[in-house]
Design a binder for this molecule. Sequence first.
Ligand code: FAE
Length: 536
Amino acid sequence: MSPFTRRRFLGLSALSSAAALGLTTVSTRSASAVPLPEYVPAVVIGTGYGAAVTALRLGEAGVPTLMLEMGKLWTTPGADGRVFCPMLTPDERSMWFKNRTEAPLASFLWLDLANRDIKRHAGVLDRVHFGDMSVYLGRGVGGGSLVNGAMAVTPKRSYFEEILPRVDADEMYGKYFPRARAGLGVNVVDPRWFETCRSYQYARVSRKAARKAGFDTVFVPSVYDMDYLRREEAGTVPRSADASEVIYGNNHGKRSLDKTYLAAALGTGHVTIQALHEVREIIHQPDGAYTLVVREIDEHGTVLATKHVTTKHLFLGAGSLGSTELLVRARDTGRLPALDERVGQGWGTNGNVMLGRANHLWDTTGSLQAGMPALGIDNWADPVHPAFAEIAPVPAGLETWVSLYLAITKNPERGHFSYDAASDSAKLHWTASQGQPSIDAAKSLFDQINRANRTIYRYDLFGDTRPFENRFTYHPLGGLVLGEATDDHGRVRGYRNLYVTDGSLIPGSTGVNPFVTITALAERNIERVLAEDITG
Ligand code: FAE
């Protein structure tokens, strides 16, 4: 058994015993709730991809590490026996302190069928609104891995070199991407099963339409256990992806971070996670240490305590919005005045745009649709309008005659954040017109597919009559760009022992779904930081 696997098993048992005791604190040392220590050598903020990698490697090096996560630990079943709520009948577990769910498909035949009134609660999916743009995020121990579509795609090397030219691509593609894929547990659907299964009939219908227009499709690797999916369809295990589960969490089958990197981090015995703890402020002490002001809430949002913890090495893994907000606030309130002016710059949507096509009556997509995509249309080589379009499910449990896509396009527009003192938060500056290049690229591809198939767009899916939805993103990237707000290994400019480790390092675009890139970059950066700044 490899050390990773052994640690993962240890950590998984720590997580399940924490759940059995109803605790929000998990560690392999103690099963009882603990107050925050006064001092800990390393703190990691957040528990998403970058954070989880960083905590594992710190723990392996024997560095006592505390992870602070504002969302909750998702291991305790509700009254219905499930940890996560069903997607078709969402309840308070679905969204982060909202009165009503805010699903990406706002309507069907112009009727709001997907959304429900819910009780305000520390649910797993957040949608943060900023004028013309809103951002979907995962909240909880595991961050975005809890709610995402599990597509584990390595970017094309030529594009990676274009967006991050100062990062050694040989090293990334030879060492860190393979390491990331292994740590995440990436697998691919069996192509023979794919051709005959019911779960991916919708993908085969979209492939047929793409081919008719001369476009090729590729299998998309996944961190959903594809063997489990096959058993779901066969009816031998409880269903998750085949039970329409995706954006509000998966009760089975998904290798989310709490099952992989975070479990292994806990298994080192040096890492502790405090859930429902939000870091609000970073104070720089005269001796160079960082004191964090941390707000503890309960699942209903009641503030239970304001706590302080001091650390020498501080890692920001709170995601593009979370980490950027912490540093924009710290700079503009004078807490960390030496932060670079590029803090808050270089934010993008990864060119996300969603659209639906209306299928012919004979092209049924089926009532059973795996919530986890397995196929994409790869048109990235297009010199004018590069696009990588994942073939997305409409897991409504009935035939909809809709083919849905999330296109990732090469949109050069970038937004930025500024500090808003009135709300003590960072505000994103992004206008609707900045989303137009994404629409142009998606339209170029799907106009050709529609023409070749004599089909049309769906105009009823996004609350009004627009065929393209680019007012939200699943892939917020940037804000603390590598080599700009930080050095080439994520060290924040202006301060020692302060690091960024998440999607905010990526300059607005990766050309594919981003979590493999985030994971691999975090692997690269922490290796260097451990050797030079911590253990060296
Ligand atoms: P992230 O995973 O967002 O984790 C940040 C964590 O920090 C969260 O748990 C926050 O609650 C927490 N946090 C934030 N602020 C604070 C604070 N002040 N104090 C304490 N904790 C804090 O960061 N990507 C793919 O590659 N493939 C997909 O199939 C895919 N599908 C997606 C589907 C949906 C619906 C969504 C929302 C996203 C999807 N993504 C997908 C994007 C992917 O999940 C995202 O890029 C990563 O999760 C970002 O990883 P980070 O480490 O940056």
